[in-house]
Ligand binder design. Structure first.
Ligand SMILES: [Fe+2]
Ligand SMILES: [Fe+2]
Length: 176
């Protein structure tokens, strides 16, 4: 299996989880929501962290086009936004309008992200990696993903680090 097939398979799985959560919210039967959200959180966190390390990192260095390189940087920021939303969703009661709105936004961020990943990012990857390399990257992805699945909360907390820093680049005067 190549990295592209593996990532596509994961993407369809996540899409399916979002649809099940949305269906449960629409039908106001929330009993399954906590379990589905936990699965989504583990899956999205482990997938995005492992994917960054085994696929995005080498692609950023080896990208042949400026556009391919920029999409990869942008994709990493989208991973970060997803994990910020997962952090917030994990801290909110799921029986709230805020939670329902936030999970919808997360699904939209993921949908947009997957479109660009399977489009221009895969295209760049196919220019850079041989078929054999694409299979080796898939093997590494599977191994690393299993490790991240056991460290989800720690992985998610890394995305909060920037928020601990003081705000910079203020363009307004300090005193009114
Ligand atoms: Fe992905
Ligand atoms: Fe991704």
């Amino acid at each position: 299996m190549t990295i592209y097939e593996l990532l596509r398979r994961d993407h369809r799985h996540v899409d399916h989880l979002f649809k099940r959560i949305q269906k449960a919210l629409d039908g106001r039967d929330l009993s399954e929501v906590p379990e589905l959200f936990d699965e989504l959180k583990v899956e999205l966190t482990a997938h995005s962290k492992a994917e960054q390390e085994v696929f995005y990192q080498p692609l950023k260095v080896l990208a042949q086009s400026k556009e391919g390189e920029e999409y990869t940087w942008e994709g990493e920021e989208e991973h970060h936004v997803m994990r910020l939303l997962l952090n917030e969703l994990s801290r909110l009661p799921f029986r709230s309008e805020e939670w329902a709105a936030k999970i919808k936004v997360l699904s939209e961020v993921v949908e947009h992200h997957v479109e660009e990943e399977e489009g221009p990012i895969f295209k760049e990857g196919k220019k850079v990696f041989s078929d054999e390399e694409a299979e080796k990257i898939a093997d590494s992805m599977e191994t690393l993903k299993e490790i991240y699945k056991t460290q989800v909360d720690q992985a998610l907390s890394e995305d909060l680090a920037l928020l601990q820093r003081p705000i910079e680049h203020q363009s307004y005067p300090n005193q009114l």
